[in-house]
Design a protein around this ligand. Structure first.
Ligand SMILES: *Cc1c(COP(=O)(O)O)cnc(C)c1O
Length: 391
């Protein structure tokens, strides 16, 4: 009976062309990976700086394993809080230029915990149409009224906030959008938040370590000094570790420690993971060269795709979406690239709106120019054979 229920659900997912399956890596996550014994060029990793197998990070993990062992043994408020958790939080605060910071087990848990703790039922939350799923889930969990504004559109946000004058509220957005690879118009959002006395929260999961001269993220990219009340990010992408974080005022952190349920009721990240995050933050701050290489690769790769005639927007970021439309075309494209030993993920609903299925390419600082050139040739060939671009 229950089996039939699951089968029915799966049949529908398959009929919609939305069935997804995992691929298993047999190597570290780098610009190359091994899958089913084959060497594959990786163009879909969030490890933008290529640090997942970095010697320094592995040494930091080894040292912490020796000193502290494996699991943290408890939630942060019981017995899972270590001196290195505090050190990491101080480093994150310094990195983001805030009074304080707090670490969660994942970025997803950070968003869900922060938003549901900060906003109550009588609040209104203004959320970008393309906000990440974890932001949406946090908004829903808060019980607040949710008002979606058009993607990266301050004029629409301004119109909508005006209708709620006097209501306690929060504006929330991705900094660097995880699928479209565009950047939220933060200076305008800061202005609107100030004018209407709303809190502003920015999710810098993809921007941390990637945007800004020091890798500080979207605010640094715009040269903003303050104005963002809640800076959220993750240690799991460019920083090659695991965990989410929030940076902001002391009182915000104290509030979250006392009311964010995903913080209170979940085991603290393991000491070795924390040690890796501390070491990665240090590398990110001290080594701007990798970031410059990443930026150069990204600008060039994007320009080449546009020249070939692909539907690619122009943004100064390493996330490059080739919008194709139909999910089956995206999947076919991805499979044909895999046959050429190139890994590019097909992104379909519910990750993106219906009709905008696409390939998402993530450039890494450790890609070699000739590898990227090979990828461009392959993408062009497949694009022509599928009629996506003209020959
Ligand atoms: C990946 C991501 C998250 C979740 O972070 P994890 O550490 O992977 O749980 C949150 N927000 C955005 C925008 C993301 O891209």
């Amino acid at each position: 009976m229950t089996e039939n229920l699951f089968d029915k659900k799966l049949q529908q997912i398959k009929a919609d062309g939305l069935h997804r399956q995992m691929r298993y890596l047999e190597s570290p996550q780098g610009s190359h990976v091994r899958i089913a014994g084959e060497d594959i060029l990786m163009l879909s990793s969030n490890s933008y700086l290529g640090l997942c197998f970095d010697d320094r990070l592995r040494s930091a993990a080894h040292a912490a394993l020796e000193q502290y062992g494996t699991g943290s043994g408890g939630s942060r408020l019981t017995t899972g809080s270590y001196d290195i958790h505090k050190k990491l939080e101080e480093e994150i605060a310094a990195f983001k230029g805030t009074e304080a910071a707090l670490v969660f087990a994942t970025g997803y848990m950070a968003n869900v915990g922060i938003i549901s703790a900060v906003a109550g039922k009588n609040w209104v939350i203004f959320s970008d149409r393309l906000s990440h799923a974890s932001i949406i889930d946090g908004c829903r969990l808060s019980g607040a009224e949710i008002v979606v504004y058009e993607h990266c559109n301050p004029a629409d946000l301004e119109r909508k906030t005006s209708r709620y004058r006097g209501r306690q509220g929060l504006i929330v957005t991705d900094g660097l959008f995880s699928v479209d690879g565009d950047i939220a118009p933060l200076p305008a959002l800061v202005e609107i938040a100030r004018k209407h006395q709303l809190l502003l929260m920015v999710d810098d999961a993809h921007a941390t370590g990637v945007l800004g001269k020091n890798g500080g993220g979207t605010a640094e990219h715009f040269g903003l000094d303050g104005g963002i009340d809640i800076v959220m990010g993750t240690l799991s992408k460019a920083l090659a570790s695991e965990g989410g974080f929030v940076a902001g005022s002391h009182s915000l952190m104290d509030c979250l420690v006392n009311s964010a349920r995903s913080f209170i009721f979940s085991t603290a990240p393991a000491p070795a993971t924390i040690a890796v995050s501390i070491a990665a933050l240090d590398i990110v701050r001290k080594e701007p060269a990798a970031r410059e290489t990443l930026r150069g690769h990204s600008l060039w790769f994007r320009k080449e795709l546009r020249t070939m005639g692909f539907n690619v927007e122009d943004h100064p970021t390493p996330i490059i979406s080739i919008v194709l439309g139909r999910p089956d075309v995206a999947v076919d494209f991805s499979k044909r690239l895999m046959a050429k030993k190139i890994f590019v993920s097909a992104i379909r609903p519910p990750t993106v709106p219906a009709g905008t299925s696409r390939l998402r390419i993530n450039i890494m600082a450790t890609h070699k120019k000739e590898e990227l050139t090979r990828a461009l040739v392959a993408i062009g060939d497949v694009g022509r054979s599928l009629g996506v671009i003209s020959s």
